[in-house]
Design a protein around this ligand. Structure first.
Ligand code: C2E
Ligand code: MG
Ligand code: MG
Length: 293
């Protein structure tokens, strides 16, 4: 109701700081209302454990083989989905991101167990917020899931953005070491989007650099092209693999293949899909090299 909105507005003003003048405009009301709604749906989804996971495939673009699926979290709101771009930030700001990530990790492990039972040798990567990554419960939770679902070594991967290293490099380093001891590989997500400290990244035990879509979008631009090409060479020197995300055109695919990029993901190869779509996809898309012909 209106009273809730006023309370939220006052609370927001308070959070912004003592001397902040909070403009009470129609815009802000709509925004606050939407955020409150998303948080409400989020909390219900947590309570009912009703997150959905969608799975987007990625391939070795040199051999054409299906490598893994990325698990992407979905929140159902009536007949719609709330986009992760919207709810992840709200979950982080309201201290419920750990619940979201925990549910996604459990779902990913459950799916891996299904794959293993069916003899499907395909990995799964799961996105983890830097906040969850730094949570003391993170490693114990992963250990618990690996045991419960009898997950094979190297089949679960964690995708993390570089913001995790900004707060505490040494702590992040410890968690990465603990992960690799558990047989979990680390992928650095959205690489090239922010302002990566290259030297720091190269000192970490990162298995795969995941090049941000913005770099791939600009691959026809000569500067971006050179940067991607050189970064692939550097990654190779440090024994890191590279995956390009957001590949939408054949031209991008062929260019990346020529540059010796290891893996690729994007709408060209497959969109995120619901659970029941995954198995027919695996049966019919074991290899994507036909695209290159
Ligand atoms: P991300 O991890 O970088 O995931 C890639 C996003 O790009 C996904 O959006 C995917 O659907 C989209 N995408 C993939 N290929 C293409 C393409 O060829 N073209 C275009 N235009 N888009 C493409 P989605 O599923 O909406 O997820 C957005 C972000 O939300 C993810 O970015 C990730 O950072 C975050 N996220 C998703 N699930 C989780 C989760 O369980 N936990 C956390 N902490 N974050 C999550
Ligand atoms: Mg990701
Ligand atoms: Mg990304």
């Amino acid at each position: 109701g209106v009273l809730d909105l006023v309370t939220t507005a006052l609370y927001t003003a308070k959070k912004l700081g003592k001397n902040t003048y909070f403009e009470f405009k129609q815009d802000n009301l709509a925004e606050i209302d939407r955020k409150a709604h998303v948080l409400d749906v989020l909390k219900k989804t947590i309570k009912n454990n009703s997150f959905e996971l969608h799975y987007q495939p990625y391939f070795n673009i040199q051999t054409g083989e299906l490598v893994a699926f990325e698990a992407l979290c979905r929140v159902v709101d009536g007949n719609d989905y709330i986009a992760p771009e919207e709810f992840i930030k709200i979950a982080e700001d309201n201290n419920v991101i750990w619940e979201v990530d925990k549910s996604a990790m459990a779902g990913a492990c459950k799916m891996l167990a299904v794959f293993q039972d069916m003899g499907i040798r395909t990995g799964i990567s799961v996105n983890v917020s830097p906040i969850s990554f730094m949570n003391q419960e993170f490693i114990p939770e992963i250990e618990k899931l690996l045991k419960r679902y009898k997950i094979f070594t190297n089949s679960l991967m964690v995708e993390l953005t570089e913001t995790a290293f900004i707060e505490s490099f040494s702590r992040a380093k410890d968690v990465i070491t603990a992960l690799s001891e558990l047989g979990i590989r680390l992928m650095l997500d959205d690489f090239g989007k922010g302002y990566s400290n290259l030297l720091a990244v190269m000192k970490l035990n990162v298995d795969t650099l995941k090049f941000d879509k913005s770099l791939i979008d600009e691959i026809e631009d000569i500067r971006s092209n050179i940067i991607v090409k050189k970064m692939i060479e550097i990654a190779d020197t440090f024994n890191m693999k590279v995956i390009a995300e957001g590949i939408e055109t054949r031209m991008q695919f062929e260019e990346l293949k020529r540059m010796n990029c290891t893996m690729g993901q994007g709408f060209l190869f497959g969109k995120p899909m619901a659970y029941e779509e995954v198995f027919p996809f695996i049966r019919s898309h074991g290899n994507i090299l036909d695209l290159a012909e």
